[in-house]
Structure formats: C-alpha cells, structure tokens
Design a protein around this ligand. Structure first.
Ligand SMILES: NC(=O)c1ccc[n+]([C@@H]2O[C@H](COP(=O)([O-])OP(=O)(O)OC[C@H]3O[C@@H](n4cnc5c(N)ncnc54)[C@H](OP(=O)(O)O)[C@@H]3O)[C@@H](O)[C@H]2O)c1
Length: 249
C-alpha cells in the first residue's frame, strides 16, 4: 500500500512512518518541513495523490477553544477536500478516548475534527486512543517554572505512542469502518504521578505539584472520563516499561 502520513514527524507521526515502512508500505510524509502546509492547503493534492490511505496525526498546541477548533477544522477540511479531489479510498483520523463531555479547550478542536470526518463522504475511520505516555514529557515541558512543575489533576489510561502508531497502520490496512475500537493503555495512571516517576528515572530533582486545573476543561481532566471504558483494545506497554525502553532522558 501507499500510505500518506499528515504530521509524520511528530510524537506519534514518526512512529507511524516507521511502522508503515516496517510493514512494507510506501510512505509519503506531509509536514511543513516537507513543503506541505495542510493549514494553508499548500501542495496537499500532489502529496496524497495515489495514496491508499491518509493517516492524520497533525497537531497544534493550544488551550484556546477558538484556536483549537479553527486549527482542527481547517486542516481536516483541507485534507478531506484534497482526498475527495484525488479519490483517496481511506482517511484515518487519530482522536482521544473519553473527550465527549469535555467539549472545550483543546478537546473542542478534536471533537470538531471528529464531526467533520464523520460527516465526510470520504471513506473514513476515526481511531481514538488514550493519552500517550509521552504526554508526561509534553506537559512537564509546558508547566515547569524553575524548580517546580505544576501538573493538572488528570486521570487516564495512557498508551505508548509507538503502540498507537502500530494500531493506526492496522486501521489504515483495514476497510474504512467509521469508528475503530478504542485503544487504551494497560493501567490507570495519574499524570502527576507519571511526571514524578519520569523525573526519578531521569534524575531530575524538581518538585511536582498536582493542581486542579480551573474550569470545565480542568474538571474534565480530573473526572476520570479520559480512562474510557469497554469495549476497548488494550495496549501492552506500561508507563514503567516505557520509561525503561523508549523514553530518552
Ligand atoms: N498527546 C497525546 O497524549 C495524544 C493522545 C491521543 C491522540 N493524540 C493526537 O495525536 C495527534 C498527533 O499529536 P502529536 O503530539 O504526535 O503531534 P506533534 O508532536 O505536535 O506533531 C505535529 C505534527 O504535525 C505537523 N504539522 C503541524 N502543523 C502542520 C501544518 N500546517 N501542515 C503540515 N503539517 C503540520 C508537524 O510538522 P511540521 O511542524 O514540520 O509542520 C508535526 O509533524 C494529535 O491529533 C493529537 O490530538 C494525542
């Protein structure tokens, strides 16, 4: 198969590219660094022409509802319109388990993306997974001030991005299904505890404070909704195993 990966240099995208190549697929990467800007709609048709599947793992980092919705709606519209023009047989979108009742901030963007994909004539599958183990690194990078890291109270069943990537390639190899089964991690975790264990593993001596994040978004993070439910597929790698294998200090 030929698989196009939109966001193929990102946290999960680079593993999607690797997993697809390991399974013998030809891979095209759509990123700005490769000369394809999906937000502006630059060079998208040429990049995906002839692809049997497009996997969307694009991302923006924002907590603004307005910015998140504008970004995910625009990139999804541009990608789906290009796919209609070149008759792409399968659009695969990565989304997040348990966000339905947290329609605000970043998750509002993901729900807007899901609504556009669901309504599209392009054959598609939305694959939801738990937060990544890598989320501990991402959050620590954003919320550290000097010797202190403030972590929003968050409960989830995190999953290694490398396992998310393999799941997405399997979904792309399968027929469009509308929605794939959710993929969750093997254990329930608190995000603050993950950051503490990551610091202990990396020898970082910063204090981690768990804080209830304000507003509807904060209540959603701490509510336990992100842990998902059944039926779901369960990935194997625990956070502890991820620290020892994939995680680079
Ligand atoms: N983090 C989590 O715990 C988690 C859990 C479940 C699902 N997800 C979903 O996983 C997806 C990927 O997240 P991530 O953390 O792997 O992303 P990331 O590391 O932020 O990478 C984003 C990718 O998108 C590309 N990109 C951004 N804007 C672009 C544009 N205008 N045109 C073309 N390429 C663009 C970037 O490359 P350039 O900068 O070179 O353009 C990069 O390859 C997101 O949709 C997210 O919602 C995340």
């Amino acid at each position: 198969m030929k698989i196009a990966v939109a966001g193929g240099t990102g946290t999960v995208g680079r593993y999607v590219v690797r997993a697809a190549r390991e399974r013998g697929h030809a891979v095209v990467v759509l990123t700005r660094s490769e000369g394809v800007d999906v937000l502006r709609g630059t060079n998208v048709d040429a990049a995906i022409d002839g692809a049997d599947a497009v996997i969307d793992v694009l991302n923006t980092t924002t907590l603004s509802t307005k910015k998140a919705v504008a970004y995910f709606e625009t990139v999804s519209r541009n990608l789906l319109a290009a796919e209609r023009r070149v008759s792409t047989p399968h659009h695969v979108a990565l989304s997040i388990v348990g966000i339905d009742r947290i329609d605000t901030s970043y998750y509002a963007g993901k729900l807007a993306q899901e609504r556009l994909v669901s309504a599209s004539e392009v054959p598609h599958t939305i694959a939801r997974t738990g937060q990544f183990h890598e989320f501990a690194e991402q959050i620590a990078a954003q919320t550290t001030m000097g010797p202190l890291t403030l972590v929003p109270k968050t409960l989830s069943r995190p999953v290694a991005a490398v396992e998310v990537a393999k799941h997405l390639v399997t979904v792309a190899e399968s027929s469009p299904a509308g929605r794939a089964e959710d993929l969750l991690g093997p254990q329930e975790e608190s995000l603050a505890d993950m950051v503490r264990r990551m610091y202990a593993h990396d020898g970082v001596s910063k204090k981690v404070l768990e804080v209830p994040f304000p507003g509807h978004y904060g209540r959603g993070l701490g509510s336990g909704d992100l842990r998902g439910g059944l039926p779901s597929l369960f990935a194997r790698t625990t956070f502890e195993e991820w620290l020892l294998t994939d995680h680079q200090a």
